[in-house]
Ligand binder design. Structure first.
Ligand code: ZN
Length: 254
């Protein structure tokens, strides 16, 4: 296990409904002996250490470097800017104070922007929810866009489109919106709690998810899986992860 000094959580102020104070309170409840600090958004927080002149200089460089990390060849144009996740981390990492770069500090950065990553066996980019590393990135737009929609919905929508049944398509979308996470959804904070916990146990214990679909550590691939793991009635931690968390808390205390 890695030693723990502090967990930092950075806000994505543009994500409507996201309350990182609640996310920090949730982690504090689970890990009472660990210092968990919520901050404003990553760039604002880190740049606050610099003088106005330095900020002017650094900001220009940052804007240029960030633009280089934008990906233009994603299919969907409605989702705003998409960043290459590992390269975005390269731009963000040098802004961390020297004494917070070690593995004893975990920096969890929530972002409204989309992040994508190329798999070694895939030529194209795929949207991601989370990118491990320093800092660790969680895209809230990814909660909505990086997951597969229910198959039954895709099938039904294609049928209705073929028939030109506009009203029924709207009805179908309303029905779907009630069952999955959408934009401007207050449940985004519940999902953020689950992904922050995944970040913590991933970073300090090397836990890469869970097999139980009701566990908050479950790595969802579809909207239905996300709903079930993060905000259904049966949501919680599986027995193994509850036990691991207890042991982790005891170790952190000693
Ligand atoms: Zn589990």
């Amino acid at each position: 296990m890695q030693p723990i000094s502090e967990i930092h959580i950075y806000d994505a102020p543009e994500t409507i409904g996201l309350d990182i104070d609640q996310v920090a309170a949730y982690l504090t409840e689970l890990l009472p002996s660990v210092t968990i600090t919520p901050h404003t958004d990553y760039f604002t927080h880190q740049l606050a250490r610099f003088t106005p002149e330095q900020i002017d200089q650094v900001s220009d460089q940052l804007v240029a470097r960030l633009a280089e990390r934008e990906i233009s060849d994603t299919d969907d144009s409605d989702i705003g800017t998409v960043y290459d996740a590992p390269r975005l981390q390269e731009v963000m990492r040098p802004l961390l104070p020297e004494d917070q770069r070690g593995p004893d500090h975990l920096h969890i950065v929530f972002l409204t922007h989309c992040i994508a990553r190329q798999s070694t066996d895939e030529a194209e980019y795929r949207l991601r929810i989370q990118q491990q590393g320093v800092p660790l990135l969680i895209s809230t737009t990814g909660f909505v866009e990086a997951l597969e929609l229910p198959r039954e919905y895709i099938f039904r929508r294609a049928q209705l489109e073929a028939l030109g049944a506009e009203d029924q398509i709207e009805e179908l979308e309303d029905d779907l919106a009630a069952r999955i996470l959408t934009y401007v959804d207050p449940r985004v904070t519940e999902v953020a709690k689950g992904y922050a916990l995944q970040a913590v146990l991933g970073h300090f214990l090397g836990e890469a998810g869970c097999e139980s679909p009701d566990c908050r550590m479950f790595k969802a691939r579809t909207h239905e899986e996300l709903t079930r793991a993060q905000f259904s009635a049966g949501t919680g931690l599986c027995e193994r992860h509850a036990r691991l968390l207890d042991e982790f808390t005891e170790d952190a205390e000693s």
